[in-house]
Ligand binder design. Sequence first.
Ligand code: ATP
Ligand code: MG
Length: 440
Amino acid sequence: MRLSRYFLPILREVPKEAEIVSHRLMLRAGMIRQESAGIYAWLPLGKRVLDKICNVIREEQNRSGAIEIMMPTIQSADLWRESGRYDDYGKEMLRIKDRHEREMLFGPTNEEMLTEIVRAYVKSYKDLPLNLYHIQWKFRDEVRPRFGVMRSREFLMKDAYSVDLDFENAVIAYNRMFVAYLRTFARLGLKAIPMVADTGPIGGNHSHEFIILASTGESEVFCHADYLDMAPPPADIDFRDPAALQDTVNQWTSLYAATEEKHDEAAFDAIPEGSRVSARGIEVGHIFYFGTKYSEPMGAKVTGPDGVERPVHMGSYGIGPSRLVAAIIEASHDENGIIWPEAIAPFKVGVLNLKAGDAATDAACETLYAELTARGVDVLYDDTDERPGSKFATADLIGLPWQVIVGPKGLAAGTVELKRRADGSRETLPLDAVINRILE
Ligand code: ATP
Ligand code: MG
């Protein structure tokens, strides 16, 4: 992408309305635009990051055996009356009437709709296990939308729903998602800690919130420090092997970790003092086994091997990709701007032409741009006539992991400068060596 042809509305001023650093940086980097309270348009740079996050999530969901679908945003009130949640949900639900006065709603989640699909098509234990997910916009009329896309009213959610014959199989499905989540967050460069969460009337211990530590987080959390050094499960973990999954889950639930609501002072105090972490955290994902809560009232039943019909056991598994964009920035930035992990950077490389219009720098930049692009690398080529200082500031603000700085002085000696955003390190390299260095 040539910056001169791109749409990157950078703000030089620090926006006053933004209270936390991720919100400020997303506005300054031209990633989002507020359209009304808690409702945002995603501008090109933001959209790129959001898409990359969704793709990592998608790859790990697919690897675990979940299957992607797409359900609508608008749902019928009648569907929600079947589960009894239409009245329970309260003011967070945006209720709409169509031209025929039919009551509709903008979905805050999709348990009812997924259960309806299962009820229509899934009849036998032989059709199970099943896990269907989608990545779709949700609307919740939050009392206090704030912190930009961290707590917005319209937000993107990956929500998966598992369907199984009985509790034992539902636990295997739960563990698959647990492991997939550990891998997903690790690939996004995050240390997300699974913390026991409330199960309400369902009971049991199959509800975990995945939390990353950040001073601006909304929840107070307590955990063992060793979580911060645990290695995520490998890419080749066998999702069809229940024992391997259970081992991983056991390892990740063996140490203390809880949010304020589930905090147990005595258990926390039992941790050696030097290993106690008491901090603030951001919830980036939530997995939950809810058994027959929807399948029973809605009549989603399958015939078991014994010929007896019974309601299916289900769970739901959410991740907020739009919140994640902000959460990743909270976890990875400095005074100059965002520091994207490579896996989700909007562009992996910035090529900075320090003297656009100069025949030598133009030619060198064009070559780098063409060759990197040909190798499948996302490049933002700053071909504008801004001053060098402003180009450096922009590249750092928007967090490009690799920056190739091409100036007339260096080129005269046949070299360019390669800067790494993560640690600010710089190397001077011959022009033809820089591509291999980036691809290493
Ligand atoms: P919270 O406790 O933060 O209000 P929740 O418990 O209501 O979230 P879930 O219903 O578990 O959220 O939704 C799954 C995921 O969707 C959350 O883990 C979070 O990543 C994301 N999410 C939920 N609400 C919002 C929101 N208002 N804005 C952005 N993302 C959200
Ligand atoms: Mg939650």
